[in-house]
Design a protein around this ligand. Structure first.
Ligand SMILES: C[S@@+](CC[C@H](N)C(=O)[O-])C[C@H]1O[C@@H](n2cnc3c(N)ncnc32)[C@H](O)[C@@H]1O
Length: 413
């Protein structure tokens, strides 16, 4: 019997040609050159994926601070991997890269220093049926006789808080006993995502968007200013509604396939500098976006989610570099680890957003740090949202300042 013929993956020069010729959203690509420490790396600026909010699979629709859109990993997964390949994000956040990998038939791998990430991703890799979710939440006893925390009462109605406390205790107890099953895992993920937000679809009174929990002191001020008190919420109904929305796009065919991909998944908690669970040369593609200097306060943003999951947010050793030199040296250590994990001929797509209003161009620091670890910097892709609308009035200079861009350094192992 003949072996199936595997389609060749594009060489870096093919990718460059595709980006040069890109006009899917009506504008031509602006080409440039990044010169740093003796490296000369071509840059391509255009709108490479749509800026529309809701463009991915419904399972992605959970919020996380500084997450990227599913179209970003999808772009690289489609071009630089084959079905069955391992795709990794060492700073996975809500797990956009590994989830998108699984949706495209690749083996999902993800790591984050915060254990919360695994709790957010794992249940979405192999989701339960809606009926099982509804039956479980309906059957749970949501009464809680303990004392209520005054700081939490600024967010939640006392009865809602009792239900939240009951759910929290249930998940912690089941987890500690090793009895947390797939339905519990799903319910915990949905509850985490419904804790706080700015509509009646959340357990809380109006507050910051769901990916940023404010402090109790700040929330007291918000309540005073808006003259509001936390209303009673139907926790069961909210959980069922969100589960239905998340599961809307799941097909029976994918559910079947996803089980084996979820079993093969490698999901770890720890620093990206040391992912020893992944063997050498085992990953075809990394798509990631690291913490950018000290711009996003992940510990503060996630304090309430961490509380719910029994995680001490202050004890999570998040990389918080204050200056570019420290950041670059932390990223160099990550590249050394990625060089071990990625197989020869594989790729890393390393996304850095805009920092300090575009004054710091982190891609300039990524290129030498990655090259020192052994990678070949192939190109920098700059995805500018709303690019097509404004392309006519932008020069290269305008691109440096001010727009909302993804800047992705593509490296080859
Ligand atoms: C920009 S976010 C990633 C978001 C992700 N791309 C998504 O779509 O959700 C950066 C993540 O890095 C994690 N992190 C910070 N320092 C880390 C470290 N040293 N090792 C691994 N993860 C780290 C943070 O917890 C945060 O989830």
């Amino acid at each position: 019997m003949n072996e199936p013929v595997q389609e060749a993956l594009p060489a870096p020069s093919d990718l460059c040609r595709e980006l040069q010729a890109w006009d899917r959203f009506g504008a031509a690509t602006i080409e440039g050159l990044l010169e740093v420490d003796g490296h000369r790396v071509p840059t391509y600026t255009n709108e490479f994926w749509t800026s529309k909010q809701r463009e991915g699979h419904s399972l992605h629709e959970i919020s996380y601070r500084a997450c990227f859109k599913p179209s970003l990993p999808a772009f690289f997964i489609d071009r630089l991997t084959r079905p069955g390949d391992r795709v990794l994000d060492p700073f996975m956040g809500r797990g956009t890269t590994p989830l998108e990998a699984a949706l495209r038939g690749r083996v999902p791998c993800g790591n984050d220093v915060n254990p919360l990430s695994r709790m957010l991703l794992r249940p979405r890799l192999s989701p339960p049926e809606l009926g099982a979710v509804a039956a479980r939440i309906d059957a749970l006893d949501l009464s809680f006789g303990g004392e209520l925390d005054g700081d939490l009462l600024v967010f939640f109605h006392p009865e809602t808080l009792r239900a939240i406390e009951a759910l929290r205790a249930y998940f912690l107890r089941r987890d500690a006993a090793g009895e947390l099953d797939a339905v519990d895992d799903w319910l915990r993920m949905v509850c985490v995502n419904r804790l706080t937000g700015h509509s009646s679809g959340f357990f809380s009174v109006y507050t910051l968007p769901p990916n940023q929990a404010t402090s109790p002191a700040q929330q007291r001020k918000i309540n005073e200013k808006r003259d509001q008190e936390p209303p009673l919420r139907d926790v069961r109904a909210i959980v069922k509604k969100k589960s239905k929305a998340l599961l809307a796009d799941t097909s029976p065919l994918w559910r079947n396939e996803s089980r084996s991909l979820a079993r093969a998944a490698v999901l770890t908690t720890g620093p990206a500098q040391d992912i020893s669970a992944l063997p050498a040369a085992s990953v075809q593609l990394v798509v990631t976006s690291p913490p950018f200097l000290d711009v996003v306060q992940y510990a503060a943003d996630n304090w309430l989610r961490c509380w719910f999951c029994g995680i001490d947010a202050q004890a999570v050793p998040i990389t918080m570099a204050r200056n570019v030199a420290d950041w670059q040296s932390a990223m160099h250590a990550v590249f050394v680890e990625l060089f071990r994990i990625v197989r020869p001929g594989g790729y890393v797509a390393f996304e850095v957003g805009e920092v300090r209003k575009g004054k710091v161009q982190l891609e300039r620091h990524v290129v030498p740090a990655a090259a020192m670890a052994g990678f070949t910097p192939e190109l920098v892709m700059i995805n500018a949202q709303e690019f097509t609308k404004t392309a006519n009035c932008w020069g290269i200079d305008n691109m440096k300042h001010g727009t909302n861009t993804n800047r992705i350094v593509v490296l080859r192992r």
